[in-house]
Design a protein around this ligand. Structure first.
Ligand SMILES: [Zn+2]
Length: 382
């Protein structure tokens, strides 16, 4: 990851270069990333800057042996820790640690270093579960810490979605943060630092990702995918500055939740109670993470519909999704938009607190019927 591989984030990149240049890299860093942002690429940038043997004006060269091994996620002194769970091939609890998934990890990151959690769960076949950093990972970390650095230089541990660590791992890592070892760097990446133990937070130096403005994102997309300036700006505008979203669109991956949402609304509109009951059952079988992702995705769709329909904001769209937005946006208006937002926020709130999910979803679906029809009535009378 070199300077030009990450759009925006000029301040953070320059701070990282300076820390490396002045040999002041702290022993534990936390990168507070934005949702769908550059948290992991920023961690990789810091680490590659630290490892590169031939820096160009403070920036990693991208060509030396250290850079090449770092960029291919195959550096023997850079260890990755990320949320996993059991799947078809990794079954035993003691094998559920990152090393068992390194091949998938390398493939996924080479495809897209801006990957988010749900595609990662899909990549390793655990989309119906929740990825965690667990006891097996603590054991694996202990083994790695007992070894010296292969190259005699820095040893780095990058912990992606650090908020997914369980208590056992948290205690293990805390001990290491309290008693730092020479030339060992921990880089924690999370979008939710408030979910980490305060004792961990107090031991790390926090760097917060800046919001990416649409011009910087557009510029990046234009170069990366060889688009015209206006095409690139359309993509950046649709993604609202979220790079993961823009990359997803460019890789032609539809929002994985859009179909689910369309289906849900279609049944609410036609008051299909048995369909909604079944839908609620299926939804409640997904992992809690997935269910909350659905709430977030639905909130974004509703917000966009409201802006397009009621506020007449012209949001450039294309593909399958465009027709849905065009047809559905009139039904989201002042009669129901705030009701819908409250409804989904409440569902998300209860899901996070482990309330019976089947009941939540069925109840939410019944209220969705009322809201869709309130919006429809308002179109008819307005
Ligand atoms: Zn280099």
């Amino acid at each position: 990851m070199t300077e030009k591989d990450i759009p925006g984030q000029g301040t953070l990149k320059s701070v990282f270069r300076q820390l490396v240049d002045e040999e002041r890299v702290p022993h534990a860093v936390l990168i507070h990333g934005l949702e769908g942002g550059s948290g992991l690429p920023l961690a990789l940038y810091l680490v590659q800057t630290l490892m590169c043997e031939n820096k160009q004006g403070g920036d990693p060269c991208g060509e030396c042996a250290e850079c090449i091994r770092t960029a291919s996620y195959a550096h023997p002194d850079i260890h990755y820790i990320f949320p996993v769970n059991g799947n078809k091939t990794v079954k035993r609890p003691e094998d559920r640690h990152s090393d068992s998934f390194m091949v998938d990890w390398r493939i996924a990151l080479k495809q897209n270093p801006y990957m988010t959690l749900i595609p990662w769960h899909q990549a390793i076949g655990i989309e119906k579960k929740e990825g965690i950093i667990s006891d097996a990972e603590s054991t694996s970390l202990r083994r790695k810490l007992a070894l010296r650095s292969f190259e005699g230089g820095y040893r780095v541990f990058i912990i992606w979605h650090a908020d997914k660590m369980n208590a056992s791992f948290a205690n293990k890592i805390l001990k290491n943060l309290e008693e730092p070892t020479e030339r060992t760097l921990f880089v924690l990446v999370t979008e939710n630092p408030s979910k980490l133990l305060p004792t961990i937070i107090s031991r790390v130096q926090i760097f917060k990702e800046d919001h990416l403005d649409e011009a910087d994102l557009g510029d990046f997309i234009e170069r990366k995918y060889d688009l015209s300036e206006s095409e690139a700006m359309d993509v950046a505008f649709r993604a609202e500055g979220r790079i993961a979203q823009a990359m997803k669109e460019m890789e032609h991956q539809e929002d994985p939740w859009l179909d689910e949402f369309k289906n849900w609304m279609r049944m609410a509109y036609s008051q299909d109670m048995s369909g909604l009951f079944k839908w609620s059952e299926n939804m409640s079988r997904r992992s809690r993470d997935s269910q909350m992702q659905f709430c977030n995705a639905a909130l974004k769709v509703l917000d966009r519909c409201y802006r397009m329909g009621w506020m007449q904001v012209n949001i450039p769209l294309e593909g399958e999704g465009a027709k849905f937005f065009k047809d559905f946006s009139p039904f989201i208006n002042t009669a129901n938009v705030s009701g819908f937002l409250d409804l989904l926020e409440e569902a998300s709130f209860h899901i996070e607190r482990n309330v019976n999910e089947k009941i939540i979803w069925f109840d939410t679906s019944i209220q969705a019927i009322r809201l869709v029809h309130a919006g429809k009535k308002s179109v008819a009378t307005g």
